[in-house]
Write a protein that binds this ligand. Sequence first.
Ligand SMILES: C[S@@+](CC[C@H](N)C(=O)[O-])C[C@H]1O[C@@H](n2cnc3c(N)ncnc32)[C@H](O)[C@@H]1O
Length: 325
Amino acid sequence: MKVNVILRGDCLEILGTLPPDSVDMTFADPPFNLNKKYNSYKDRKSLDAYLEWCKRWLTEMVRVTKPTGSIFVHNIPKWLTYYAAFLNEIADFKHWISWDAMSIPLGKTLMPTHYGILFYAKDKKLNKFYEIRHPHKRCRKCNVLLKDYGGKKAGLHPFGPLVSDVWTDLHRIKHAKNRDEHPCQLPETVLERLILMTTDEGDIVLDPFNGTGTTVVAAKRLGRKYIGIEIDKNYVTIAEEKLRSISADSHIGGVWVSKYLNGIATIRDKDWEYLKEHFYIPHPIPLLEYDSIIYKNGKIVKHRHVPIEVDEIPVLPFNDVTHSK
Ligand SMILES: C[S@@+](CC[C@H](N)C(=O)[O-])C[C@H]1O[C@@H](n2cnc3c(N)ncnc32)[C@H](O)[C@@H]1O
C-alpha cells in the first residue's frame, strides 16, 4: 500500500481498493450536507441519500482500520446521532468529544457552539490509546490559574491537566490570512491531538475527505505516515503545496508534541518525564498558581515552513497507485 500520498478521486472508490486492517487511524470530516460552497462538490443530498452514502464510507473506514486502530468522525451533532447508531454495530464506542467552536444557526434553534468528534475503536480491548495533557488555563492579563484548585495545589501537574472529552482550548482559524481557499478548514491542533492520543511515530493516518490537508499536514509534522483522499483537484494542489513546505518538526528534544502559536497545545502524559528537562518549573509546585512553566530554549516556534525536496510528496492520479500490503 502506498503511503505519504494524496489520492485524487472518490473516497468510496479508493477506500474499496485498500486492504483491510491496514491503517492505524482514520479521521473523516465529511461534507455536512448544509449546501456549503465547495469548489466542485455539491453539498446537497436528500436525507436518505446522505445517510446511505455516509454509511458506506463509515463501513469502509472501519474495514481498513487495524484492530489496534481508532476511527474518528467530525460533524454537527445532528448527523453524529445517526453515525453513532450505525457505528455501534460495527465498532466499539469510546467517546463523543465535544469541541467548543462556533457553528452556524440552523433556523429556530439554540445557538450551536460545539461540533462532535466521535471516537470509536475497531476493538476496544486492543485499542492503542495514550493519555494526553493540555496547558493550564490562565488569566490572559494576570497569568493566574483560572481554575480554583483550593487545597489541592500541591498536586498540580506542572504542564497541565489531562484532556477531557470537552475541548474548549482549541480554536478555529480566525484570520483570513491563515486560511486556505476552503469553506471549512479545521485547525491542525485538533488533528494533532487525536494523532498523539492514538498513534505512534511511523503509524499510518488516513483521511477520506482530505480538503486542503489538515490531517495529512498534522500527520507529517508528527512523524506519522499519511494517506489523504480528496475529490477536488484544487484542494489536492493546495494540500500538496502545504506538505511540501513543512517537515516532521513538531517535537521538543525528539519528543512529539502539538505546538500552538508560541506554546504547546497537547503532550502525551507519559512524555512529561522527558519533556520536563526542557522547562523551568516553579518551585514549590503551588506557585504554579501564579507562574507558568518556561521553555529553557527561548521560544517554542510553531511549524516552521521549510521548503523540502519537491519529489518527496507524490500526488498520484488514483489509477497509478499500486497497492501492496
Ligand atoms: C468538510 S471538508 C474537509 C475539510 C478538511 N478537514 C480540511 O481541514 O481541509 C470535506 C471535503 O470532502 C471533499 N469530498 C466531497 N465528496 C468527496 C468524495 N466522494 N470523495 C473524496 N472527497 C470528497 C470535498 O471536496 C471537501 O474538500
